[in-house]
Design a protein around this ligand. Structure first.
Ligand SMILES: NC(=O)c1ccc[n+]([C@@H]2O[C@H](COP(=O)([O-])OP(=O)(O)OC[C@H]3O[C@@H](n4cnc5c(N)ncnc54)[C@H](OP(=O)(O)O)[C@@H]3O)[C@@H](O)[C@H]2O)c1
Length: 233
């Protein structure tokens, strides 16, 4: 895998670099001879970036602003389940605090990452991919359930589309996309049969990077699957 549509010596930022997909994305980028630097960002990284703490997002962006542009920004963070948090099966399972937490991590945090990191991106050509999910597609929702996660990803898709319109004015070579990785064997999918149904994270990471590499500025703001196909909103 090589991002051959980017300038040689490109530099990449990966928010959620400790996750299943984030680690695989970092590993793929580190094997690309054109890539000069990969900076993973998360709650344990230096600089630290916690999506629930805007000051940490702002400060991480300031720390990485060395006057040279970055060419890749991937947001591979996200939450589906955790201690005291299970995706809802029915309306009766809805809890305001859980809903707010899922929106804060899956939607508001990535939007703040765009707010603070977009100014660091290369105006000539740069690739920005935010990990969304097909279950965030309103048109494609046939099964129901997973209220907060679905809503958080649908809202993330709107953030991507809206930011793409704004950034096309200032960053003409920037491509922004919401990406569906498919089911991948990570901690996030594990309780939902992900180990059986999911693909290998390395395979998924390579596919996602290949999709981004092939996108042009006129594709910016789209919602794409790991095979490059556009997904319905
Ligand atoms: N796996 C799948 O089948 C699948 C399918 C569709 C979409 N996706 C999407 O793909 C993305 C990556 O998922 P994954 O499967 O790699 O999940 P994962 O292995 O659970 O990784 C989640 C990542 O999010 C980070 N994170 C959570 N809360 C955070 C916070 N407050 N601040 C900063 N980072 C935070 C975690 O960091 P810590 O290590 O600090 O917790 C971790 O790096 C998510 O957006 C997910 O919705 C995954």
């Amino acid at each position: 895998m090589t991002l051959d549509t980017l300038v040689p010596g490109y530099r990449a930022l990966v928010v959620g670099g400790s996750g299943g997909l984030g680690q695989a994305l970092c590993a793929q980028l580190l094997t690309d001879p054109r890539c000069a630097r990969v900076q993973a960002l998360g709650r344990q990284s230096e600089p630290r970036l916690d999506l629930l703490d805007e000051a940490s997002v702002r400060d991480a962006a300031a720390a990485l602003n060395d006057g040279q542009a970055w060419q890749v920004l991937l947001v591979a963070s996200g939450i589906l389940h955790g201690p005291g948090l299970q995706p809802e099966k029915r309306l009766a399972d809805l809890q305001a605090a859980t809903f707010e937490r899922v929106l804060a991590i899956n939607t508001i945090g990535p939007a703040l990452v765009l707010r603070h990191f977009a100014p660091l991106m290369d105006k000539q050509r740069s690739l920005v991919g935010l990990l969304s999910a097909k279950v965030g597609s309103i048109n494609d929702n046939r099964l129901g359930g997973w209220y907060a996660y679905r809503a958080s990803k649908a809202a993330l898709n709107m953030v991507v589309k809206t930011a793409a319109i704004e950034l096309s004015r200032t960053h003409k070579g920037l491509v922004l996309a919401a990406l569906h990785p498919g089911t991948v064997r990570t901690g996030l999918s594990e309780p939902f049969n992900g180990q059986v149904l999911g693909r290998d994270p390395a395979t998924a990471a390579g596919e996602l990077l290949a999709v981004l590499n092939g996108l042009k500025p006129e594709d910016s703001g789209g919602f794409r699957s790991y095979d490059g196909q556009p997904l319905p909103w």
